[in-house]
Design a protein around this ligand. Structure first.
Ligand code: HEM
Length: 496
């Protein structure tokens, strides 16, 4: 009997010991980056608060620039140093060129068949190329100059009417930005613009990856908890379908005559591509709608948020406001009052520095969301396949290790720095970098420069009564795109 027990138990102990040793070895070989202690089930969720990029910066100060967080079931790696960002996004490009999938992106961006959320690969390449060629190339952006001029004039006219009284400038800037995007991409402004703006802000907030259903994808309880929000999202998607189907039908009826310039706009280009046989991945209405919502959201929100922050910072810094206004007014007076001409905006060097500094302190996309498609070892730490990567550009662009007096709004800091937008300097990445870098940079910069030049030229600015510049609430909202939580109310007085 004893012999029998020994014969059964000893091998079991041996196997258990071998397995334990193996798992211990594999754990030590696969050393995850450091991070705060995790609780069972929720991981580090109890340590995160809004907005996450601020909270991740505080955690980075304790745990270092390559940090591992467990957010529910999701393994998240937060990068907060230019060196590591360069390794992952440039040296290892395209291993980190995927995007994390979120429930909101699946619903609102048509199962991620757009450009922003789509997995890296040939389909993404095809769709991105169509957008660049026919909407976002420098040649096209130049062509849209008259749209920017019209919309900037319309904004000036509306402000002129309320000269001397308090106006919600944020709302008007969002209208300008969405009108420019729609007229360039869809050949006109949708009657449902207001509704599209509301859907945009809700969807971008939900797409940030912090929905319960994203954090616990395998849990039925989580699915039940998210049920109401998911139902609301699906209802919103049905509404979006109706609006976008209308835009596509209208374009089908007026084929080739939809662009304001007599030819094709982006919707026509996609409709033509749909009929031609040359595409590697045939497309249908579903794919066109995904890209249209992409362009509307990526083009409108980022640009409007940056113009808004720029105005807030200028109001808080009268010296910078005066210097920028003097430059714009001088350039305008020397050039027959036409700020819209590209060459005049080119002369406005200080205005460009103001935009650069605004994008440093307030990048509209504060974290670059990427996903790791295969396991990699970085600085001795393993980044597992499937991990979500968050490159915290907000933290890097305010890090005293790389910037003097980083919290100060000082456009002059860029005068003698060769730092540019193009993603080559990893401490400054407002438009991202590598394969997934923003293709709308030229489009966005042109809209921002034109609108800001008009606002500074035509008006003198002050805050509404009883608000002092130093008391302006600078809290950022939470979402894939982060804006100022509060709208900006100002009094614009017509400049002589
Ligand atoms: C202030 C203006 C803008 C800023 C700061 C900005 C910033 C960004 C950032 C940070 C990304 C992610 C890049 C990465 O992962 O490396 C991005 C992606 C993208 N942006 Fe922009 N953007 C702006 C304007 C625009 C405009 C005007 C459009 C189009 C009309 C646009 C279209 C896109 C698209 C389609 C993507 C996805 C690219 C991809 O995943 O391949 N953006 N943008």
């Amino acid at each position: 009997m004893l012999y029998l027990i020994t014969a059964l138990i000893l091998p079991a102990i041996f196997i258990f010991f071998k397995k334990w040793k193996k798992s211990k070895n594999s754990k030590s070989m696969k050393r995850l980056p450091p991070g705060p202690r995790k609780l069972p089930i929720i991981g580090n969720l109890h340590q995160t608060r809004n907005p996450p990029f601020r909270c991740f910066r505080d955690l980075y100060n304790k745990h270092g620039p390559l940090m591992h967080l467990k957010l529910g079931e999701s393994t998240t790696i937060v990068v907060s140093s230019p060196d590591i960002a360069k390794k992952l996004l440039k040296d290892l490009d395209p291993c980190f060129a995927d995007r994390p999938r979120t429930v909101a992106a699946e619903i609102m961006w048509y199962d991620c068949s757009d450009v922003v959320f789509c997995p890296y690969g040939d389909y993404w390449r095809q769709m991105r190329k169509l957008c660049i060629n026919d909407l976002l190339s420098p040649k096209m952006v130049r062509l849209f100059q008259s749209i920017r001029r019209d919309e900037s004039n319309r904004l000036v006219d509306s402000l002129r009417e309320s000269s001397g009284s308090s106006v919600n400038l944020t709302e008007r800037i969002f209208s300008l930005s969405s009108f420019v995007t729609c007229r360039a991409a869809f050949g006109g402004v949708s009657e449902d613009n207001e509704r599209l703006l509301k859907m945009m802000s809700d969807s971008l907030q939900m797409a940030a990856g912090f929905e319960v259903a994203d954090l616990f994808p395998s849990s039925r309880i989580a699915a039940a908890l998210s049920w109401t929000r998911l139902r609301r999202m699906k209802r919103m998607r049905r509404e979006l379908d109706v609006i976008l189907d209308d835009i596509i039908d209208l374009h089908r009826r007026n084929r080739g005559r939809n662009s304001e310039f007599g030819g094709e706009d982006l919707v026509d280009v996609f409709l033509r591509a749909m009929e031609e046989e040359g595409l590697m991945f045939p497309i249908n209405n579903h794919n066109i709608k995904a890209v249209l919502f992409d362009i509307f959201t990526a083009g409108t929100d980022t640009t409007a948020v940056t113009i808004d922050w720029a105005m807030v910072e200028l109001l808080r810094h009268p010296r910078v406001m005066a210097k920028a206004q003097a430059e714009v007014r001088r350039a305008m007076q020397e050039n027959t009052n036409s700020v819209e001409q590209n060459d005049i905006v080119c002369d406005m060097k200080y205005l460009k520095l103001v935009i650069k500094e605004t994008l440093r302190l307030h990048p509209p996309a504060p974290m670059l969301p990427r996903a790791c498609n295969e396991e990699h070892v970085i600085n001795g730490y393993t980044i597992p396949a499937g991990a979500v990567l968050m490159v915290n550009i907000w933290a890097m662009q305010r890090d005293p290790r790389y910037w003097n007096d980083p919290e100060k709004f000082e456009p002059e800091r860029f005068e003698d720095q060769a730092v540019d937008f193009v993603g080559g300097d990893f401490k400054y990445l407002p438009f991202g970098t590598g394969k997934r870098m923003c293709p709308g940079m030229t489009f966005g910069l042109a809209t921002m420069e034109s609108a800001l030049a008009q606002l500074l030229y035509n008006f003198d600015w002050k805050l509404s009564k009883s608000v002092r510049a130093e008391d302006l609430d600078m809290t950022e909202s939470f979402g894939l795109i982060s804006s100022r939580t509060h709208n900006l109310f100002v009094v614009a007085t017509l400049y002589n």
